[in-house]
Design a protein around this ligand. Structure first.
Ligand code: IMP
Length: 192
């Protein structure tokens, strides 16, 4: 079965393909000649994942899944959440986003936060949602050089390292996206 992952991030694509049985062939957006930008206009992660998956299924007639991720900070009432990528404005910039988040959080004692990934799968006319959560804390300042996005200021619960101090294998095992993808893969494996 051919299944589109609505992404052009080849690292994400490879990671998921390696977890799937050979009977499922993952295709990227480029593979199906989808080059238009899909506007993420929803106010929830689930909504944006649905918009992306539905765009591909409706226009290109493929089974497809799409993901959307946000960092939800308790003391900021769930911000930046669905607006994580462009929290500090356009163009998206990870350094500016982290600086804005640290400034808004200030000296707050409540550093509780979570990354959340929502995945929407459109399969043979049915829709399925999967989610993955990684709980942790926002550090007082940036720590570590690896990863991307908010990794240098996020420390997962039970660990003494920020995401940016972990290698990708260690991060993927406990990360929001890793957990959501594991759920998706288990679901797909049961069908085969
Ligand atoms: P996306 O939905 O995967 O594109 O993620 C949206 C935004 O959330 C990204 O632009 C990053 O700012 C942030 N983000 C998503 N996943 C991670 C992660 O694993 N670490 C740090 N930041 C992330």
């Amino acid at each position: 079965m051919k299944l589109v992952f609505a992404t052009n991030n080849l690292n994400k694509l490879k990671e998921v393909q390696e977890m799937l049985p050979d009977s499922i062939e993952l295709l990227s957006l480029k593979d199906i000649n989808c080059f238009e930008e899909i506007e993420e206009t929803a106010t929830t992660l689930e909504g944006n994942a649905k918009i992306k998956a539905n765009h591909i299924t409706n226009k290109y007639n493929y089974n497809c899944f799409a993901d959307d991720t946000g960092l939800e900070v308790e003391a900021l009432h769930g911000e930046p959440g669905v607006y994580s990528a462009r929290y500090a404005g356009e163009p998206a910039n990870a350094e500016n986003n982290m600086t804005k988040l640290l400034k808004n959080l200030g000296e707050s004692n409540n550093r509780t936060a979570q990354f959340r990934t929502s995945i929407c799968l459109n399969l043979n006319g049915k829709q399925f949602l999967f989610d993955g959560i990684c709980e942790g804390d926002i550090l007082p300042s940036k720590k570590g050089e690896k990863g991307f996005g908010y990794d240098p200021i996020f420390q997962p619960k039970g660990y003494q390292q920020s995401f940016a101090e972990m290698n990708s294998e260690a991060k993927n095992k406990i990360s929001h996206r890793g957990l959501a993808i594991q759920k998706l893969v288990e679901f797909l494996k049961k069908l085969h």
